[in-house]
Design a protein around this ligand. Sequence first.
Ligand SMILES: C[S@@+](CC[C@H](N)C(=O)[O-])C[C@H]1O[C@@H](n2cnc3c(N)ncnc32)[C@H](O)[C@@H]1O
Length: 217
Amino acid sequence: MRQGVNKTDFWEERYLKNKMPWDIGEAAPAFVKYFCSRDLPRQVSTAWQAPTGLKIAVLGCGRGHDAFYLANINNLEVYGFDFSESAVKFCNEAKEKKNLKNIFFYNVNFFDLKKENQWKGFFDFVIEHTSLCAIDPLRRKEYADLIKYLLKPKGKLAGLFFIRPIELGGPPFGITQEEIRDLFKNNFAEVEKLHYESCPHTFTGEEYFGVFEKKVQ
Ligand SMILES: C[S@@+](CC[C@H](N)C(=O)[O-])C[C@H]1O[C@@H](n2cnc3c(N)ncnc32)[C@H](O)[C@@H]1O
């Protein structure tokens, strides 16, 4: 099972069969709250301008609900990455319909982004939503290193994590709050403490939101 999640077919099959218990059909309320609390309006507004060109990566973007929510904020550039071909196709079709020019989707294994110099220190934010729990737990350190690689100094990881016992198996593979802190403590500061945020997932009750800022080294 663990090795299975490393393969694109494992995820592609779920999209093809429409078996996506993680997909809530809209942006997770935790992200809406976080970005709204920074006075970023939910809908496109001509009255408010985000700093020009603020770049956001959504790792394992799925059907792009969080990504599209963010792309509705003026001046943000949103980049979604997923290795399910049909999830990315769904996103690109939705992009066409919405006629958005500030959102880009890539059908890639996000671990390969480190092979391309163009992404090094490219992002102001990385959004993590049920991706850490979707990967092989043995690759968590590699995932934390990837986020460090992608972010600018003082860039932020805004994450909605699944706190549940690892013994339950997965995906979603469980993790504790302490393990999350441990994973990021060397290169990040926890600027918004992990705390429970409700989310209408199948695994509701287990979602914890937190923000980690990349240290200037
Ligand atoms: C549990 S789903 C979450 C999707 C999305 N974040 C959401 O909340 O709707 C995990 C997603 O990560 C993608 N994924 C898993 N491992 C990946 C990898 N190594 N590279 C790119 N995408 C990956 C899967 O295809 C899947 O769409």
